[in-house]
Design a protein around this ligand. Sequence first.
Ligand code: GUN
Length: 285
Amino acid sequence: MGIVVYGSEIAKKIKLEMIEKVKNLKDNGKRLPKLVVVLVGENPASISYVKGKEKACTEIGMENELIKLPETISQEELLEVVKTLNKDDEVDGILVQLPLPKQIDEHAILHAIDPSKDVDGFHPHSLGKLMLQEETFISCTPKGIIRILEEIGMKDLSGKHAVVIGRSNIVGRPLVQLLINHNATVTVCHSKTENIESIASQADILIVSVGKPRLVNHNWVKDGAVVIDVGINRDENNKLCGDVDFDDVVDKVSYITPVPKGVGPMTITMLLENTIHSYNIRENK
Ligand code: GUN
């Protein structure tokens, strides 16, 4: 049976270090790092994600603010909110929760965030720098996945074949860049890929981010592969599950992340880390 890698445990360790850092700042009477999350509308998944972010900020003692805006807000009004946050010297990180309502051009909003506060790593400035291997904010889920791989001793991925299923702007695309930067040989599969199962089964590292409950079964997985499950879905019985059929593949893998308690807690922790990084740059200028 494969080893189950709990991102929640890795996240706990990282958060303990952050608690110390923030406490030190507080004890020395310094300004504390601050994250502002902007939530538009009432999407239940977004509300749940945002709550997780608030809870994590509070746990480590970081300042945080949630700005709740109505579903009907105009693009201009939302841009004004972002511009105000850009100018606020107390704010280190700005996160506009996605998806946004139809009347708003998501790109226009992400482009408007000051790249020095882009703790989500979604601004073209951040993504371009990632591609060029320059220091920048790295999107939280891909960054968390790389941390999980490092934790199981996979720091240098030379000679490893990583297969990424999913090509989203949030996970798949930045993840491909990161994996290449760590010397992996990378194949990307998506909804238009043919023979996806046969490609997946050649992976030393299989990373799945498609949002389809238990899509990946033992036929997709090579013996001894490392499987990272990014999906957070509800199955037909409303039970939380990943994109991987955990019970069906666990005997075949060397390592596997569960859902919940796998990648999700790492994503939030990387957001906190990015916010502290932004704070450090801002304060040491
Ligand atoms: N929606 C789902 N995941 C994310 C995320 O990591 N950041 C933002 N801004 N929106 C999301």
